[in-house]
Design a protein around this ligand. Sequence first.
Ligand code: ATP
Length: 420
Amino acid sequence: RPLEITLIDRMKNFLSIENLQLLKQIGKLADQINYSAYIIGGIVRDLIIGRTNEDIDIVVEGNGIDFANLLAENLGGTVRCHEKFATATWKHPSRLKIDITSARTEYYDYPAALPNVEMSSLKEDLFRRDFTINAMAIQINEDHFGKLIDYFHGFNDIKQNKIKVLYNLSFVEDPTRILRAVRFEQRFNFKMDQQTFDLAMISADKIASTSKPRIAHELSILLKEKHPVESLVRLGEIGIIRYLIGTHSFNVQKLKTFKSLVDEIVPLQQNQNSETWVCYLVILFSETENEIELVKDYCLNNESLKVTDQIVELLDDNQNFLKEDTLGAIHHSLKNYQTESIICYIALMQLQECFANKLKKYLQNRTQIPKLIDGNDLLNLNIEKGPLFAKILLEIECAYLNQEIHSKEDAISKVKREYL
Ligand code: ATP
């Protein structure tokens, strides 16, 4: 009989006090209606590894929607139901969002109706998941608070730093799990076991028939993590890169150049939301016979589409900006380009150091351009509203970058001198 493991200490150490209290309250409410309730998935894995994770997913053996409503009645907040899947999202008054799903054998819309969603036991719910390390639950009912439910030895696999699928056809059923495997390998410094790696290799071709948005979703998460280049190299070893971009060889140096430029130039707060991840795809696609334009199939939003378009434009451009000597002149040409587009261009072209340094200096300086004057200042100078506004404001930015002007007064005198 496996040892019963309790994770109360881990929960105390790695959950916020508020969330720990909330889970206790949720467990007590589940007791009231005789439901078993569990936290499940990534948060359980992270508690065992010893990482904070406040992304709470709950499974109840009972009706998830009813339970979410019960939580809202007792603890406040609002519920959004997804009837079709018998799941609900409960938004706690603290704005925390908790997903609640149902795990039980049958679910009836109303008494005597036919079951419309086949629901499974907790074990089956866990078995449908991607890896043993993600297929654990922790019970939160009062009498069992903290009890680990681990049917597939995920706890041991975490202790041995292993990523293991739950069944042989796992990657065939969902090839995006191969991308997830690499994500967890890199994030935790874990390794797929030999069998999982072999299964990934023989299922790699299945990714070719998976929908692009699903692939893009997983790829974007993978490439936004700390080790995008290593992840791509690993995808190459598995042999899946070929089915994603059409070739298996790629220039790791360009990827590395891009990564180190991102680390050097893209400010941290911008990094989190920026579209740097899509640039890795652009670099990979540029190595193939395929058009970079194909990257657009993976763009999930307008921002990533824009970055892709901009990189293509920069490559097609006559690139005169490389010959410019002043930062102001470079700004004239590149003002509208996102930082990641320009960085990707530097990496793709493997620009000589002198050119790369010039563009780097420009990127670093342009983040510090102050707004010396705005439209109101121009109106006060009796300049008519229109396209001239943008032109003048750009001129002022360029002059600032060239250290020709330093203050608002300088800017206004320049406008008076040149435009009035
Ligand atoms: P992260 O810390 O990156 O959010 P996570 O494990 O919470 O990691 P999610 O993508 O949010 O990852 O998924 C939540 C849970 O849902 C996972 O722990 C896993 O159990 C399950 N899951 C997600 N995607 C799949 C999939 N493609 N196949 C099977 N199970 C999946």
